[in-house]
Write a new protein. Structure first.
Length: 268
């Protein structure tokens, strides 16, 4: 999805309008709740501002920029490392302990997702060459891992208020970059396809996905939630089989089995 959309809209413009639209949509429905929580949110600015910078301003902008110069396979492979990065940050900065069994579970999940992404062919991994976009993707993964871990320190406000404030702050942080991008590469044509793409990413990958992710971190923690990142290539494969008529192959089953085994090990 990111690879396709960034071919129509410059990366910072897409990020800016995605989060601005998501902010305005949420504000319409959660206005009273946001107003009620503003004092608590302001008191917790030392957490709210980094959350916005890491998870909103930084992560998706870097992801969109990365997809201009890297391949979809490289991007997907790098994202499979996110559970491991989340656990590493939790251990280093917050002293969270992880057992060898849990580490093995994470490794199996990463391996399973890698099998699906590479379609069972390790030659693609051997032939993979790092480009500038890969480095941007690695930085994006680190920022989102920081966002996920910091969520546990957020102020005690309504989940929708967290989204509104982080979306708003994140979009505001993107404004200088957006104005710079306009001066360098110009704007973009607001075609029906572009408008539809912005509406889609504002509603589903922004509002719906972030609400679910934040809730997951609150209920089961960042480490366990991070494992679900590796289900993305699995669901992508399932949807491709259902809607695009692709064939279910052995590597799909192997990858899914490894991911399920990883979940079981991590939660023992």
């Amino acid at each position: 999805m990111a690879k396709g959309v960034t071919s129509m809209i410059p990366p910072v413009a897409l990020a800016f309008w995605r989060w601005t639209a998501a902010f305005l949509i949420l504000l319409i429905f959660a206005g009273p709740t946001v107003k009620k929580d503003w004092k608590t949110a302001l008191a917790g600015w030392k957490v709210m501002v980094p959350l916005a910078l890491f998870g909103i301003t930084g992560f998706n902008t870097l992801l969109y920029m990365a997809m201009h110069t890297t391949t979809a396979i490289n991007g997907a492979l790098i994202q499979t490392t996110m559970p491991a990065v989340i656990i590493l940050i939790s251990m280093v900065f917050f002293g969270e302990r992880v057992s060898w069994l849990q580490a093995a579970g994470v490794a199996l999940c990463v391996l399973g997702a890698t099998v699906v992404v590479l379609k069972g062919s390790w030659k693609a991994l051997i032939d993979m060459a790092l480009v500038r976009g890969d480095l941007l993707m690695i930085l994006a993964v680190v920022l989102y891992a920081l966002y996920s871990v910091l969520l546990l320190k957020r102020p005690k406000i309504h989940p929708l208020s967290v989204l509104v404030y982080t979306f708003g702050l994140g979009a505001f942080g993107l404004l200088p970059l957006y104005l710079w991008e306009i001066s360098v590469v110009g704007g973009f044509a607001l075609t029906p396809g572009v408008a539809g793409s912005i509406a889609y990413v504002a509603l589903f990958p922004s509002i719906v996905a972030y609400f679910c992710w934040n809730r997951g971190v609150a209920v089961i923690g960042a480490n366990r939630t991070g494992l679900f990142i590796n289900l993305i290539p699995v669901f992508a494969a399932i949807l491709a089989i259902i809607f695009l008529g692709e064939t279910l192959k052995l590597f799909h089953l192997v990858g899914m089995a490894l991911i399920v085994a990883g979940f079981v090990l991590f939660n023992r």
